[in-house]
Design a protein around this ligand. Structure first.
Ligand SMILES: Cc1cc2nc3c(=O)[nH]c(=O)nc-3n(C[C@H](O)[C@H](O)[C@H](O)COP(=O)(O)O)c2cc1C
Length: 152
């Protein structure tokens, strides 16, 4: 069987800091990514926060490589930094060609209604970030708070 891999990376957007420009660009990215990922047996999740993308991508190693080559060429972001790359036995985002999780959803899950905190989502280490996203998009997965406690 083909080896399966998971990759977590972050990047900086090159798009104008205008909510409408960024919003419609992200819609386009997610639409083409879902189409391609479905075709190539890839799954994962994407977050945009404070000018940065963070993405988890998983599937057959050759398909992950090809998608990463396309992603690296994309001029809508730059400074792509691979945070983690590992061989996996099972997926964290089965049936999700690309879940998009808003920064607000993550902040809410981590901080509840607590005010006065700021949280730099893109500084979350990948071994917390990926399970946290999973807890938000895969219904049967553990809760966000236990995902965080387990990794603490
Ligand atoms: C932050 C970001 C994440 C992306 N994620 C994926 C992805 O998971 N899979 C993918 O095929 N393309 C992804 N893309 C898009 C590719 O860079 C590229 O635009 C797309 O694969 C081109 O597909 P098309 O020729 O079918 O439109 C991403 C782009 C950006 C900027």
């Amino acid at each position: 069987m083909t080896r399966q891999e998971r990759i977590v990376y972050q990047s900086h957007t090159t798009l104008l800091p205008d909510a409408e420009v960024i919003g419609s660009a992200i819609d386009d990215i997610v639409e083409s990514a879902r189409r391609n990922n479905e075709r190539h047996g890839l799954t994962g999740a994407l977050v945009f926060s404070d000018g940065m993308f963070m993405q988890v991508l998983e599937g057959p190693a050759p398909a992950v490589d090809m998608a990463m080559a396309r992603i690296q060429e994309d001029k809508r972001h730059k400074d792509i930094r691979i945070l983690r790359r590992e061989t996996i036995d099972s997926r964290m985002f089965p049936d999700k060609p690309l879940a998009f999780v808003s920064a607000a959803t993550i902040r809410e899950a981590v901080m509840g209604s607590g005010k006065g905190f700021s949280m730099d989502i893109c500084r979350l280490p990948p071994d917390i970030f990926a399970p946290l996203l999973r807890s938000l998009v895969v219904p049967a997965a553990m809760s966000a708070s236990s995902a965080i406690k387990r990794s603490a």
